[in-house]
Design a protein around this ligand. Structure first.
Ligand SMILES: [Zn+2]
Length: 140
């Protein structure tokens, strides 16, 4: 299995509710699935929790589960800065293992969805830009 996509989701739950990987695991089981479909979950305060192990294909994006890893941000409309910092770290970690993988939002692979309700490729470009400028700034 070659991972070519790193897919960002949101849990589509109210922003004032903190939900854990364990809660999602239970919900997905109740739907008759094999437990949590994401590989990582990022709580409102930025805590990263493990979902499904990476060697086990996820169940989070129609048609792309065999070639992707999925991370779920808890919330719906307003993702916290702590969550975005943790998301950057999760993606960095995955890109070390799968350097050619593309960073996308769920809606980028399934146009019927709005998840995760922000433009993931644009966010990722801005993170890389900020890193580049701050590195250059120190040396110039
Ligand atoms: Zn999604």
């Amino acid at each position: 299995m070659k991972i070519t996509k790193l897919v960002v989701h949101c849990s589509d739950t109210p922003d004032d509710r903190d939900i854990s990987a364990e809660d999602i695991h239970r919900w997905h089981k109740e739907r008759g699935w094999d437990g949590i479909g994401y590989h990582k979950v990022i709580k409102r305060d930025g805590t990263v929790e493990n979902g499904r192990p990476e060697f086990w294909p996820g169940a989070h994006v129609k048609g792309h589960n065999q070639c992707s890893l999925g991370v779920c941000l808890i919330g719906r409309n307003c993702i916290t800065s702590g969550q975005l910092i943790s998301l950057g770290k999760v993606i960095d970690d995955w890109l070390l293992k799968y350097p050619d993988a593309e960073v996308v939002g769920h809606c980028g692979l399934d146009p019927g969805k709005t998840c995760p309700n922000f433009d993931v490729p644009e966010w990722w470009i801005s993170v890389k830009d900020i890193r580049k400028y701050s590195q250059n700034g120190v040396n110039d």
